[in-house]
Design a protein around this ligand. Structure first.
Ligand SMILES: C[S@@+](CC[C@H](N)C(=O)[O-])C[C@H]1O[C@@H](n2cnc3c(N)ncnc32)[C@H](O)[C@@H]1O
Length: 201
């Protein structure tokens, strides 16, 4: 583990009992509801809401994250939701290691970090972990009003960073999607997410 990244994320989750809403990400539900379930990998699963929703839809899920605190919390939520037996929690620093595929779905939502640059290698490894016929769904921040200094990638830039062979994949979504969100001070504003959904031949 890179100490900076590990320390940052343990402190991030340690500051509060619950950081995220506990609800699955909207784009995940919109894009994946109704897809025939198989195996799924949630990269940077945090407190587990996406992995738990997928398990509830019938997927057999691996949730991977650098933070021990987040994974412990995710496992407790999965027990409460009655889906624990369908989920494996795996601790990885994506700068160093990654869960091996193949998976029918690899999902990465908001895999951003201010302390290391594991994102692009992690997303390339994620693409490599998608099974033939499987889906890669990458949802990222694109514009966040309370972080005007941070330049987040567009959907096209995310696609470029994956370094995939276009012959092997169909691009099913390459979009910018607005969403209402609350600033850290609780003010409701519009943010924008980039959505990249690919299917492997
Ligand atoms: C912004 S949060 C998003 C969490 C969740 N996907 C969601 O949408 O609510 C980013 C997550 O990526 C994880 N993460 C950041 N850098 C990582 C790394 N190098 N290896 C593994 N996980 C990492 C963090 O611990 C955190 O849970």
């Amino acid at each position: 583990m890179t100490d900076d990244a590990q320390d940052f994320w343990e402190q991030f989750y340690g500051e509060r009992d619950q950081v995220w809403s506990g609800k699955p990400n909207v784009v995940l539900v919109e894009e994946i509801e109704g897809v025939e379930p198989s195996t799924a990998l949630d990269l940077g699963c945090g407190e587990g809401a996406d992995a738990i929703w997928l398990a509830g839809q019938g997927w057999r899920v691996t949730g991977a994250d650098i933070s021990r605190a987040a994974l412990e919390r995710a496992a407790a939520h999965a027990e409460e939701a009655g889906v624990a037996e369908r989920i494996t929690w795996a601790r990885h620093d994506f700068a160093r290691s990654m869960t091996n595929g193949p998976f029918g779905l690899v999902s990465a939502h908001f895999l951003h970090s201010p302390v290391d640059d594991a994102r692009d290698p992690a997303l390339r490894a994620a693409a490599a972990a998608v099974a033939s016929g499987g889906i890669l769904l990458v949802v990222s921040h694109e514009a966040v009003p309370w972080h005007p200094e941070v330049e987040f990638p567009t959907a096209h830039e995310v696609l470029d960073s994956l370094g995939i062979d276009p012959v092997e994949w169909d691009v099913e979504q390459l979009a910018s999607r607005p969403r209402r969100a609350k600033t850290p001070d609780g003010v409701e504003v519009e943010v924008s997410d980039s959505v990249v959904r690919l299917q492997r031949h």
